[in-house]
Write a protein that binds this ligand. Structure first.
Ligand SMILES: NC(=O)c1ccc[n+]([C@@H]2O[C@H](COP(=O)([O-])OP(=O)(O)OC[C@H]3O[C@@H](n4cnc5c(N)ncnc54)[C@H](OP(=O)(O)O)[C@@H]3O)[C@@H](O)[C@H]2O)c1
Length: 329
């Protein structure tokens, strides 16, 4: 059994821990929160035995094998470092860190300790995404010519909340823009050669809406949008020579379509999966990796995260979005 401990028992931890119950090799055994009443509620809802409001005691619990870091963005690298220093494996929510320099330092520590660490890019483990990648890799649509993807929603407008507060890494790019960027890098197997981007900034000085054009080595352009202030048509379209692949709500996709001249291929996730939200796929992969004594995941190796962080850093440079954590880099 692989025993998980949750660092940051908030909204995403609720979903992750619910889905973890579907993974036979995994169990959530502990959670830490700054507020004892809130973390006790979380643990009661999810039948988690060990409840902590003392971070050191949580980190030193010998019953925890893997720490799931689910705090706001600006605390990811620090949380991962503390867990690794305590000898725990780590799965860390997206974005893995605030910038590439922070990410490199965390990976160096994990490597020096021989511990497993991965960014929780759950999208890359979804069956619909994998089916779409297989269609594309099998040449169904021919060579990729262009990519389009949006992720926009109306977020909480609390200026101190994690979406708008720069001290917590607020802004559209790091919260939702990371999904269109990661899927483009995955489709192109690399980082963009050129980046153009513009943003509309909020009163709190983070990006409310960002538009990007990423051009890759082979000339393919990815036109991407992200917003925390408007609901967008949130689909991914990958255009090829002979047709296009489309995934509605691609970051959490449970369906995929391949539109060709003479036919349409379609895929729908197993309806029994509707009881879950899709996080069990990444959790199962992590458990298999740990059982096989691996220190990286094949779908989200360290280099994929470093490439993603580098791309996000370059987009931020284009839109003039600087966080206080960049000053330390
Ligand atoms: N993979 C996905 O699908 C997905 C979806 C949503 C979010 N996320 C990621 O998960 C992370 C958390 O997002 P969330 O929506 O779960 O946020 P959230 O509901 O605010 O939860 C974050 C938790 O972190 C803890 N925390 C520790 N220090 C904090 C601080 N200084 N300020 C605020 N909270 C602090 C809080 O718990 P205590 O107050 O109990 O300490 C809070 O409940 C984000 O980085 C986000 O990118 C991923």
């Amino acid at each position: 059994m692989i025993n998980f401990g949750v660092l940051g028992a908030g909204a995403i931890a609720e979903k992750f821990v619910s889905d973890l119950k579907m993974v036979p090799q995994a169990k959530c055994v502990a959670a830490y929160g700054r507020n004892l009443m809130r973390v006790t509620d979380f643990c009661t809802r999810h039948q988690v035995d060990m409840i902590y409001d003392d971070l050191d005691a949580f980190l030193n619990d010998p019953g925890i094998d893997v720490v799931y870091v689910a705090t706001p963005h600006s605390l990811h690298a620090e949380g991962a470092v503390l867990a690794l220093q305590a000898g725990k494996h780590v799965i860390c929510e997206k974005p893995f860190a605030m910038n590439k320099a922070e990410a490199e330092a965390v990976f160096r520590l994990a490597q020096s300790k021989g511990l497993f660490i991965m960014e929780a890019l759950w999208t890359l483990f979804l069956p619909s995404i994998n089916r779409a990648l297989k269609w594309i890799e099998a040449g169904e649509i021919g060579e990729i010519k262009a990519i389009e993807a949006n992720f926009g929603f109306v977020g909480n407008n609390d200026p101190n909340g994690r979406l708008l507060n720069p001290a917590l890494g607020g802004g559209a790019l790091l919260d939702v823009g990371i999904y269109p960027v990661l899927i483009s890098n995955r489709l192109m197997n690399g980082v963009p050669k050129q980046i153009r981007a513009c943003a509309k900034m909020t009163d709190t000085h983070v990006d409310g809406t960002t538009s990007m054009i990423l051009t890759y080595e082979n000339g393919v352009m990815a036109t991407l949008n992200a917003s925390i202030e408007t609901q967008m048509v949130n689909s991914l379209r990958v255009y090829g020579e002979r047709g296009y692949v489309e995934l509605p709500s691609f970051w959490m996709a449970d369906e995929a379509y391949c539109h060709l001249d003479a036919k349409m291929l379609s895929f729908k996730a197993d309806p029994t999966e509707n009881q879950q939200q899709g996080y069990h796929h990444e959790a199962s992969a992590l458990c298999e990796d740990l059982i096989s004594m691996k220190t990286q995941n094949d779908k989200v190796p360290h280099q994929f995260t470093l490439n993603l962080m580098e791309t996000l850093d370059r987009i931020r440079k284009e839109i003039g979005l600087v966080y206080q954590m960049d000053m330390k880099a």
